[in-house]
Write a protein that binds this ligand. Structure first.
Ligand code: NAD
Length: 506
């Protein structure tokens, strides 16, 4: 495919998805596949962002009074739009983020899945009734919408993460203002256009319920600093979280942070090595190592090291790297040249710290000279050195030996990030230990599957520098609502809690 063909296809998809043209403005959007320009957009000013928040706030005031199951109807219709346009939106994800088509479509499937989840949730938002010590009293919790939810998202899941937040936020009665990554605004506009179609079909949805603002960090900061935004869900690097979190804390707003990971896997002596090799490949080289849950650190038991690592080297040597639009490609491009430079710097550091690196060089791909393709790298390390403790958003897998499980778990946990982890073992004691209080310190702890590829039913997120946020399934919806404790006295007396007596004439 030539550069202009990439652009032509993006233009056609934007038209089909209801965005229209994306040709005016100073911000150039490029496809990582070949570096071709696929759109141009104007950035929003601070005043534009403030106005968008104002529209969303006005919409919230009406939306919060709509019964939750009716709010669920909007999300149900959005799910229908996504089903009808899955191929087109998935393809646009491939063009804009460089994911292979399987993963582009998978990302849209994840949006559909969270819509289904949220529709069910819209009839299941619940609070507790709690025993009270006072006779003739009742105590319960009620959950209410929060207001405008700000969503800041990263390039690598350009649409799914927004949908996790938005599907839940909407059924919970909130409005949403979304600042997508400046690298992937087109898929954002397309997703918002599909949501607008769903709103038009439903008919009584307030204008401005979901707004998209275009721009970089400065636009995100406006959202972060606005007192009308009680919750900001921010997904991206730990560096971004470090900037955003104190600003939110400064105005006592809520932060839902989904930040960097540095995910590990332990392969124990009893592991099924066939399964382990396949899982390692998917987790370490899939999405060109650009998932927050990508496998980056591998701890292999001494007794199997010399069997597993040569197998991995062979598998790495044969993994198809190339244009994601070509059938059979499993590893597409890095997002841009800066990601390539960061990967090379990390590999240089790994070598300087005693690592033996295979792979990692730039791969030539016909017709894609402007894209940054790499052979995934295996770096056998003498120890967990500084560079291993650092998240480099590229397909680098650091491999280390271990001999004692407790030591391996300690090493596994000795990094600042705490997102996803896994162990390959058929030994029940090892598996349960890894999932126990003395095991992995991550938010996602798996056995006999890799750390990546979560499904939406579970709560997603991690500890430490990953930010502590939880999105998606389980009871993650509670982050999008405020809780009130209600005590009702239906008696003719006024007994006080803790037996306090305060007798006055009434
Ligand atoms: P990034 O931090 O460069 O950008 C993420 C988003 O934050 C973008 O929209 C960006 O414009 C915005 N931003 C940056 N600085 C900001 C500021 N000071 N104020 C407000 N907004 C700001 O991240 P990226 O390169 O797009 O994505 C890769 C990173 O995201 C990796 O570290 C990856 O692990 C992480 N990530 C985490 C999760 C998760 O769920 N934990 C999911 C996806 C990606």
């Amino acid at each position: 495919m030539t550069a202009s063909a990439t652009q032509a296809e993006a233009v056609a998809l934007l038209e089909q998805l209801g965005v229209g043209t994306a040709t005016g403005g100073a911000r150039v959007v490029r496809s990582p596949i070949d570096g071709a320009e696929i759109g141009r957009l104007a950035e929003h000013s601070a005043a534009d962002v403030s106005a968008a928040i104002g529209r969303a706030h006005a919409a919230f005031l009406a939306w919060r009074e709509v019964p939750a199951p009716r709010r669920g109807e909007l999300v149900r219709l959005f799910g229908e739009e996504l089903r009808a346009h899955k191929a087109a939106l998935g393809r646009l994800v491939t063009l804009e983020a460089g994911k292979i088509p399987q993963e582009g479509a998978g990302e849209v499937q994840e949006m559909i899945d969270i819509c289904d989840f949220a529709v069910g949730l819209s009839r299941q938002l619940y609070g507790l009734t709690i025993a009270t010590e006072r006779p003739g009293h009742a105590m319960r919790e009620t959950w209410h919408p929060l207001g405008v939810v700000g969503v800041i998202s990263a390039f690598n899941f350009p649409v799914a993460v927004w949908s996790w937040n938005t599907a839940l936020a909407l059924v919970c009665g909130n409005a949403v203002v979304w600042k997508p990554s400046e690298k992937t605004p087109l898929t954002a506009l397309a997703s918002a256009a599909l949501l607008r179609r769903a709103a038009a079909r439903m008919g009584d949805v307030p204008e401005g319920l979901v707004e998209v603002v275009i721009g970089g960090a400065a636009v995100g900061e406006v959202l972060v600093d606005d007192a009308r935004v009680p919750l900001v869900s921010a997904t991206g690097s730990t560096r971004m979280g470090r900037a955003v979190a104190p600003r939110l804390a400064g105005r006592f707003a809520r932060a839902l942070l989904e930040l960097g990971g540095n995910n590990g896997m332990i392969v124990a002596p009893s592991a099924d090595l066939g399964l382990a090799v396949r899982a390692i490949l998917f987790a370490a080289v899939g999405t060109a190592g650009q998932r927050c849950t990508s496998l980056r650190r591998l701890f292999v038991h001494d007794s199997i090291y010399d069997t597993l690592v040569p197998r991995l080297r062979r598998a790495y040597g044969s993994v198809p790297v190339g244009n994601p639009l070509t059938d059979g490609t499993l590893v597409g491009p890095l997002i841009d040249g800066a990601a390539f430079t960061a990967m090379q710097a990390a590999l240089d550091a790994a070598r300087a710290q005693g690592g033996q690196v295979t792979g990692g060089e730039r791969a030539g791909v016909a017709g894609c000279d402007g894209g940054f393709y790499v052979h995934p790298a295996l770096a056998e390390m003498p120890a967990q050195t500084d560079i291993v403790a650092h998240e480099t958003f590229a397909p680098i897998l650091y491999v280390m030996r271990y001999s004692d499980l407790a030591d391996a778990i300690a090493l596994h946990n000795a990094v600042p990030q705490g997102l996803a982890s896994s162990i390959f073992t058929t030994d029940l004691r090892e598996a349960e230990t890894f999932m126990s209080a003395v095991g992995s310190d991550c938010g996602i702890v798996n056995v006999n599957i890799g750390p990546s590829g979560a499904e939406i039913g579970g709560a997603f997120g991690g500890e430490k520098e990953t930010g502590g946020g939880r999105e998606s399934g389980s009871d993650a919806w509670k982050a999008y609502m405020r809780r009130a404790t209600n005590t009702v006295n239906y008696s003719r007396a006024l007994p006080l809690a803790q037996g306090i007596r305060f007798d006055v004439e009434g």
